[in-house]
Design a protein around this ligand. Structure first.
Ligand code: 13P
Length: 347
């Protein structure tokens, strides 16, 4: 079994988890972004609305002190700011590394209609080459694992792990650092024990597949869920329990060769996502950097403040900066409760 040399992907991975910094996940597909925009706009969202919101985020002065990279969607990586500067160039100028979501979505799994398999391997080598030319230096692929009656099946975990590993190998071949994202969903009334079991089981299979495909673990970033009680579980584990259980779970399955773990927020409130990250970093002593790659937890509040109005841009940017700062501080184990009431994320 030959392992690929990490090449430039290791340096990029380390820069993505640089001290005090994390990643903005601004890679919602057009459909998902429109679902987020629709409630705050009075009209049906357009390409210009999606572009304008991304411009607001990417031109927030000071965010670069806490944000190392931004994940873009295919439409976004080809868009420009109002002054004509392409978004990848705008981000690079601030020292924020442009990244790209390359999966084409989670589709129903044959023979198991309540589970999904993420697609996007066909033509991926060529797409990665194009995205590299457009400025992307890291990529993202999200697999979705649902917990339920008899779920997840081994088949679902296996096919998703295999796809993640083939994606990661192609990324490294292209000099692009893969974010490997197997998300165990928080939907359901399961206990934190079940989330822990399923997360460990999933990550074991994912790492075995990565090794099988010759992926250099020094040149990847893992983006997992935290170990949480199901959203509808009667007993919700508190911050300290979530932090301790998540770290124990990851220590059992994530090799120390992996430079960094950037958590997804997965539908947690802004406050919870930050508090959990701070508590984990306060425990400290882990072999990997522990950081964030939040979508909803960094964007829900700015979106709510903006509401499509240019008069609200400054207020929206201020709320984004505040969230970026708070999560940057959480990387050092500090938690500053939000000064404003957090907006609940959209489902
Ligand atoms: P959330 O933080 O909203 O889960 O988004 C992160 C992400 O990139 C999901 O794929």
């Amino acid at each position: 079994m030959t392992t690929t040399q990490p090449g430039p992907t290791e340096a990029t991975a380390r820069a993505m988890v640089a001290e005090g910094k994390g990643i903005l996940a601004a890679d919602e597909s057009n459909g998902t972004m429109d679902k987020r925009l629709a409630p705050v706009l009075d009209a049906r969202p357009t390409e210009e609305d999606r572009r304008a919101f991304r411009e607001l985020m990417f031109t927030t002065a000071g965010a670069e002190g806490h944000i190392s990279g931004a994940i873009l969607y295919d439409e976004t990586i080809r868009q420009s700011a109002s002054d004509g500067t392409p978004f990848p160039e705008l981000l690079n100028a601030q020292g924020i590394i442009p990244g790209i979501k390359v999966d084409t979505g989670a589709k129903p799994l044959a023979g198991s209609p309540d589970e999904k398999v993420t697609e996007g391997l066909d033509g991926l080598r060529e797409r990665l080459e194009e995205y590299h030319a457009l400025g992307a230096r890291f990529a993202k692929w999200r697999a979705v694992i649902a917990i339920g009656d008899g779920l997840p099946t081994s088949r679902c975990i296996d096919v998703n792990a295999h796809a993640l590993a083939r994606y990661a190998a192609l990324c490294q071949e292209a000099g692009i650092t893969p974010i490997v994202e197997p998300e165990v969903l928080m939907d359901g009334d399961h206990t934190i024990d079940t989330c822990d079991d399923v997360t460990q089981r999933t990550l074991r299979v994912v790492f075995a597949a990565l090794v099988d495909q010759g992926v250099a673990l020094e040149g990847i970033i893992l983006k997992p869920n935290m170990v949480l009680s199901g959203k509808d579980c009667g007993h919700q584990a508190d911050v300290q329990e979530v932090a301790a259980r998540t770290l124990l779970c990851l220590r059992r399955v994530v090799p120390p060769a992996v430079p960094g773990i950037t958590f997804l927020s997965g539908g947690q409130s802004d406050e919870d996502a930050t508090a959990h990250l701070a508590a984990m970093n306060a425990i400290g002593g882990q072999p990997w950097e522990l950081s964030f790659s939040y979508g909803r937890a960094l964007q829900a509040t700015p979106l709510e403040r903006w509401r499509g109005q240019s008069a609200n841009v400054a207020a929206a940017q201020a709320s984004y900066l505040e969230l970026a700062q708070a999560n940057g501080a959480a990387r050092h184990g500090h938690h500053q409760p939000a000064s404003e009431h957090a907006v609940a994320p959209a489902a």
